[in-house]
Design a protein around this ligand. Structure first.
Ligand SMILES: [Zn+2]
Length: 93
């Protein structure tokens, strides 16, 4: 199933608008929607030249997508832990 990319398609697929917020990483306004699996998903809404409104997940353009994805956050933390385990950076090495 393609990702529902309009408000109507989202609602038809069981997504529910939750709240609007400003992404702290990008400083743009995004909408948080509750997915059918009860997760919160950040969406960017934009209008094309015909004033048709479409949306896409904010992960796609976010500077810090890990703010919104537990999976990405865990990946980041694993990388951090791996870097810490490798010891402090030594500029003389
Ligand atoms: Zn962002």
């Amino acid at each position: 199933m393609p990702f529902p990319n309009t408000r109507q398609a989202l609602q038809d697929n069981g997504y529910v608008f939750n709240h609007t917020k400003t992404c702290e990483a990008c400083n743009v306004q995004i909408e948080m929607w509750t997915t059918p699996k009860d997760n919160l998903m950040p969406l960017d809404f934009k209008r094309d030249e015909h004033q048709n409104e479409t949306c896409e997940p904010h992960f796609a353009s976010c500077k810090k997508p890990e703010l919104y994805s537990r999976k990405l956050r865990e990946k980041k933390e694993k990388e951090k832990a791996a870097a810490a385990a490798a010891g402090p950076m030594n500029p003389d090495a």
